[in-house]
Design a binder for this molecule. Structure first.
Ligand code: AMP
Ligand code: MN
Ligand code: MN
Length: 324
């Protein structure tokens, strides 16, 4: 896909990504918006995303132009581009996507099956939506601002080039982006490693209250409303906990659950080698990648946890039989 070919005659372009945006979502939206504003100076390019942690706002150029409130927006965009998710996960912005003349979806979630009426570029093997944005733009137009936005997203989704989604093309793209000159060490520290005090306390609580199940192969932890209130934490403060739980020796899967509102739970899952957590998340209409997935649980949480555990046990047993 060449994005400019698709949108070159558009004068109003909207961009959005998934709810609770992470570095890849925000980086890809802002990186693409900065690029389009540069190459199509007469076009209006709007970005719609929910609010995000301060560290992302500080480190993603263009984040200061994000529109957070979709209420009352009735714009008919010539083109609307959804990045790092399927359109159904864009929350309130989905309405604007549906009204747009040209619908474009660029994503790396393997569970995104694409939609008939959209121009789709979905590659489940790509590290990040930012790597895909890097592919669809003209490299001659890259500058330090666009490069930093895309770099932050690649760093987020690869766990600073650690996870198995990191490929040769990821490293080549990241190396090229780095050549534009920005403070990459500070960006990595602030976006990936640094924690607010609330985040540090939430992680501590998760590490001390986690349970080892299935002979230590599954590490599970859940925060109910009371725990969330005691910590003063909201959803933004909990990103990264499932990845930290997974660092426990012997674990193949981590599941971190938190109650976002009474009776409504959000699950974040990670795996190392065997379990396909996108399958587990699909049981609750969620999805993601083999090694990182999520879902929202509206049903009885005890039953849901049992079903999650059973599914993981089954996957581990099947893998054992087939010698993985
Ligand atoms: P999280 O644990 O929330 O960081 O999510 C892990 C991965 O799964 C990310 O790439 C998310 O974008 C993706 N993901 C989370 N929830 C869903 C969902 N309901 N549908 C599809 N992908 C999801
Ligand atoms: Mn994302
Ligand atoms: Mn992503």
């Amino acid at each position: 896909m060449r994005i400019l070919e698709l949108v070159k005659n558009c004068t109003r372009i909207g961009i959005s990504g998934h709810e609770n945006p992470d570095g890849d979502c925000a980086g890809s939206c802002c990186g693409l918006a900065l690029y389009l504003r540069k190459v199509m100076p007469r076009a209006a390019v709007d970005i719609y995303l929910e609010s995000m942690p301060d560290a992302l706002v500080r480190n993603i150029p263009g984040a200061d132009t994000i529109i957070h409130d979709v209420t009352g927006k009735e714009e008919d965009y010539d083109a609307f581009i959804v990045l790092d998710s399927e359109p159904a996960r864009t929350g309130k912005a989905e309405r604007l996507y549906k009204r747009a003349g040209l619908k474009i979806n660029i994503d790396h979630h393997r569970t995104n099956t694409g939609s008939g009426s959209a121009q789709c570029y979905i590659d489940g093997s790509a590290s990040s939506a930012c790597e895909l944005v890097y592919e669809v733009i003209d490299k001659e137009q890259l500058d330090a601002q666009i490069a930093k936005a895309l770099y932050v997203g690649i760093v987020t989704d690869t766990g600073v080039f650690q996870y198995s989604n990191t490929s040769e093309s990821t490293m080549k793209a990241a190396g090229h982006l780095l050549s534009f000159g920005f403070d990459h060490s500070a960006a990595i520290r602030e976006v990936f490693f640094e924690r607010t005090f609330v985040q540090a306390r939430a992680l501590g609580k998760a590490l001390t209250s986690a349970e080892r199940l299935l002979d230590g192969k599954l590490i599970l932890c859940s925060f109910d409303r009371a725990t969330m209130e005691e910590l003063g934490a909201d959803r933004k403060d909990l990103d990264g906990i499932s990845a930290q739980l997974l660092l426990t020796e012997g674990a193949d899967v981590s599941v971190f659950l938190h109650e976002t509102e009474p009776g409504l739970w959000r699950a974040s899952m990670r795996s190392v080698n065997v379990t396909d957590v996108s399958k587990t998340a699909s049981m609750f209409a969620g999805g993601g990648h083999i090694r990182a997935a999520g879902c929202t649980i509206r049903s009885d949480i005890k039953t849901a946890v049992r079903d999650i555990k059973d599914d993981i046990a089954r996957q581990l047993a099947d893998a054992h039989v087939s010698g993985i």
